[in-house]
Design a protein around this ligand. Structure first.
Ligand SMILES: Nc1ncnc2c1ncn2[C@@H]1O[C@H](COP(=O)(O)OP(=O)(O)OP(=O)(O)O)[C@@H](O)[C@H]1O
Ligand SMILES: [Mg+2]
Length: 266
């Protein structure tokens, strides 16, 4: 966008700016199919469920109910990316502040601050009032951050919060589509965290999230006789052969531990 257009937008008032408007710094490219190859998450057990790996540049939904392990799993995907593959990652949280995320990570033995100093990891928290500007101002900021760090992985925790600030599910769908396109051209793989109560038979709170993304990982917290059983399932992964069963996992002091050779049948 030219400087003139950028300043016109600035003066035209927030209401006139579509939430998916082009942003200064983001080059609007024609959608072109680029093969960025595939990636392993680095999380033990999870990669066995997706043997050929996740296509780079994909958008993946990590969906589950409250406390199902969404934050822990997505943090672990970022951290393993840095430690095992030297792939820098960015974590954007709309709910927990960055200190709380760092604290969680440290409790699992992750050396977050070390990698932050090396510019390999970034934990960014955004206040709720900034959520509305995500696709405009933040995606501009995000663009430069991704370029600066040469980030390969991004977590947005959570897309549900973002959806709550929009007028309707259609707007969320457009926003996610727009973001996905931009991030895809940069070859960064994005993990959108999304929340739904375990009792509701929906993937994504607004009923649109799962259709926009390339892949869906479901985290369940199933009520059984003995209490609750955590389970993980790959619901979809476009252009990819993947496991379709439900597998148990645990959260321990080391983080998420997935058991790909065990199955949960309900
Ligand atoms: N050290 C630990 N050992 C065992 N379990 C733990 C440990 N730390 C956290 N947990 C479990 O992880 C859960 C929280 O996981 P996480 O924060 O990833 O969930 P979430 O799905 O992101 O939740 P929310 O919906 O609140 O964002 C806790 O409720 C607890 O059951
Ligand atoms: Mg969380």
């Amino acid at each position: 966008m030219s400087k003139k257009n950028a300043s016109e937008n600035k003066n035209s008032g927030d209401k006139k700016i579509p939430i998916f408007a082009p942003v200064a710094g983001i080059e609007e490219k024609k959608e072109e199919k680029v093969d960025f190859g595939r990636m392993k998450t680095g999380v033990n057990g999870l990669d066995e469920l997706i043997p050929d790996g996740i296509p780079r540049g994909s958008s993946i939904l990590i969906n589950g109910s409250s406390g199902s392990g969404k934050t822990n799993l997505s943090l672990q995907i970022l951290y393993e990316g840095v430690v095992k593959f030297n792939e820098p990652g960015i974590y954007i949280s709309f709910e927990e502040n960055s200190e709380s995320i760092r604290h969680t990570a440290k409790s699992f033995g992750m050396e977050i601050e070390k990698y932050e100093k090396e510019n390999k990891l970034a934990i960014i928290s955004k206040d709720p009032y900034e959520v509305k500007n995500f696709a405009t101002s933040l995606s501009g900021e995000l663009y430069y951050k991704i370029k600066d760090m040469q980030a390969k992985r991004l977590v947005v925790d959570s897309i549900t919060y973002l959806g709550g600030s929009l007028q309707n599910p259609y707007e969320l769908r457009r926003l996610m589509n727009d973001l996905n396109k931009r991030l895809k051209t940069m070859g960064i793989t994005t993990f959108f965290v999304s929340e739904t109560p375990e009792s509701i038979n929906l993937v994504g709170r607004y009923g649109v999230e799962e259709f926009v993304v390339d892949g869906v990982i479901l985290l369940h917290n199933i009520l059984i006789k003995q209490g609750r059983q955590r389970a993980i399932e790959i619901l979809k992964m476009r252009q990819t052969n993947h496991d379709t069963s439900m597998h148990p996992f645990k959260i321990t002091s080391k983080g998420v531990e997935i058991y790909p050779r065990e199955q949960i049948i309900i």
